[in-house]
Design a protein. Structure first.
Length: 539
């Protein structure tokens, strides 16, 4: 796809407090320098003394001893060499009630670089003429309750057990209003502020570059038409900065939560089971579903139904505890509720799960999840339903999960959960690819990728289906832990330029006190199947 506007690379500047910067910023700058859609034309360095953020040593030691996330998004790296060829302006600002005002001389110097975008990664709240300097505005990261990008991002979400922290890039309109440019939602780790922050900032590292790329490819007019005007009062960060008492409170609370988790893991375990119901009319009364519970040495999950020759064939992931590895198994089920014993049909040296099966030219194919091998693999059925052989890798060197194929308007659409960077969960972001041939290993990425960046509804949870002319995509909500519940989304727009969906239905485990999660939905003919995470005692 050729860029609509501008033909040249976007000219980007950065507002920094120092060239000693966190790793997530360093790699963001490095990626932009290597890109074919943007270039770094200016660094504006803050020469004012930056107010120090107070974090008690006892809290630092507590978190660093127990919760050191890898890779570290806040490991300090020196950008002198990386930015050696980029012009740098050293500026001093006048600070008035935490609002930074630039001198007319400095504003004139910045204007001379004809920037398209200026990203704020330092200074305080910006106001005045600087917001008009770049062609497309000054952008900034904002997160959850601690509005501005600072060391307390995620703190309050952890202490209040809020399941997600939102990250937004906003175009600053003035000191009280902004416009959302891009957004993402990341799961809160209620056992660690460090791990929560690490997740957020590794995603930020990608979010800005992706947004610039969309501006470049779609063109300014189309890009900004897709945005929603959002007024938001900028918060005085000092009002939300935790006190020493707050740090003690969260430390005690995190310690208690960890004790409860250790007790739970000592006494109980979570086991994925299967649930089913036959009905002439689709029923969402999940309390009436019958359970299929395996022995305690394994779990069964990811049911995929194929109705063939008047028989319901159920393909599943079967995980064996003693091998710490899963394979694909198969069983059949009748409308009277009787079912056969699951039989292993496909195994590799690494785990296989989520057996997505489709037909093409009257032949059956399978795309199981093989993310531990960093591949998306295709298998061909030699003798249905039990004999399969490896055909090819359709993607390689990628950490991809739950690949789901959908044929629509003479095009095959491949929905894949991908972690593009270490430190990001595979459940966070959904990528879309398309091809005229489902057996291709040359899938074209959708220009809006990732089409979903939200831990609550990104990862696939089963086959995409149509009903009464509408298209529905089951997805996982992993905000309260992996496979917490299923969100059925209605796909509103699906073409080679645009993707849009909205929430339609929720399948929540709370109807059964023994369940702690549901993460796959499958329906074919009269049969509906789910998997559920069952709380069981170890003894």
């Amino acid at each position: 796809m050729q860029p609509a506007y501008p033909k040249r690379k976007l000219r980007v500047g950065f507002l920094l407090d120092s060239l000693s910067i966190p790793a997530w910023i360093y790699f963001m700058l490095e990626n932009i320098k290597k890109s074919n859609f943007a270039e770094i034309n200016l660094i504006v360095l803050n020469k004012n003394e930056k107010s120090k953020i107070f974090i008690p040593n006892f809290f630092k030691k507590f978190e660093n001893k127990r919760f050191v996330p890898l890779p570290k998004s806040f490991e300090i790296k020196n950008a002198d060499e990386l930015l050696a060829d980029v012009p740098t302006l050293d500026v001093s600002v006048t600070n008035n009630e935490q609002q930074d005002l630039f001198s007319s001389h400095d504003l004139e110097r910045m204007a001379g670089y004809n920037l398209d975008v200026l990203l704020q990664l330092g200074f305080e709240v910006l106001t005045g003429q600087i917001l008009q300097i770049p062609k497309f505005g000054v952008w900034a990261f904002y997160h959850g309750k601690n509005n501005f990008c600072n060391s307390f991002t995620g703190f309050w979400e952890v202490i209040e057990k809020n399941p997600v922290v939102d990250s937004t890039i906003r175009k600053l309109e003035n000191n009280t209003a902004s416009k959302v440019i891009a957004s993402s939602y990341t799961a809160t780790d209620v056992l660690s502020v460090n791990r929560t922050r690490n997740r957020i900032y590794w995603k930020n590292h990608l979010l800005f570059a992706r947004t610039l790329k969309r501006l470049y490819e779609f063109g300014a007019e189309s890009f900004f038409l897709q945005l929603k005007n959002t007024d938001r009062q900028f918060l005085d960060n000092t009002d939300l900065n935790p006190t020493k008492g707050d740090f003690r409170k969260i430390m005690i609370e995190i310690f208690k939560r960890n004790v409860r988790v250790k007790y739970y893991n000592k006494v109980f375990f979570d086991q994925w089971i299967l649930m089913f119901k036959f009905s002439d009319i689709f029923s969402n009364d999940y309390s009436k579903f019958e359970k299929i519970i395996p022995t305690k040495d394994r779990f069964w999950a990811d049911p995929h139904i194929v109705y063939q020759d008047n028989q319901y064939h159920i393909f599943i992931e079967e995980f064996l505890n003693d091998k710490n590895k899963s394979h694909i198994s198969l069983f059949s089920i009748n409308e009277n509720g009787s079912y056969s014993k699951p039989e292993k049909i496909l195994e590799r040296p690494y785990s296989l799960s989520y057996p997505f099966i489709f037909q093409h030219d009257n032949e059956f194919f399978m795309i199981p999840e093989s993310h531990s091998n960093r591949t998306v693999e295709l298998y061909k059925c030699i003798e249905f339903p039990k004999k399969w052989k490896f055909e090819k890798n359709i993607m390689e060197d990628v950490e991809a999960v739950d690949s789901t194929l959908f044929f629509y308007k003479n095009t095959y659409w491949l929905f894949v959960g991908i972690a593009e960077n270490k430190g990001i969960s595979t459940s966070d972001e959904l990528f879309l690819f398309y091809s005229e041939n489902p057996l291709s290993n040359n899938w074209i990425p959708h220009p809006q990728n990732p089409i979903v960046s939200d831990i609550r509804c990104a990862r696939s949870a089963g086959k995409i289906f149509e009903d009464a002319g509408k298209i529905y995509r089951p997805a996982q909500d992993c905000s309260n832990g992996y496979g917490y519940k299923v969100i059925v989304n209605q796909i509103i727009t699906l073409n080679k330029m645009e993707y849009q969906e909205k929430e339609f239905h929720i399948i929540d485990p709370e109807y059964d006190s023994k369940l702690t999660g549901i993460h796959t939905f499958s329906h074919e003919k009269k049969l509906t199947m789910l998997d559920g995470k069952l709380k069981r005692r170890k003894l």
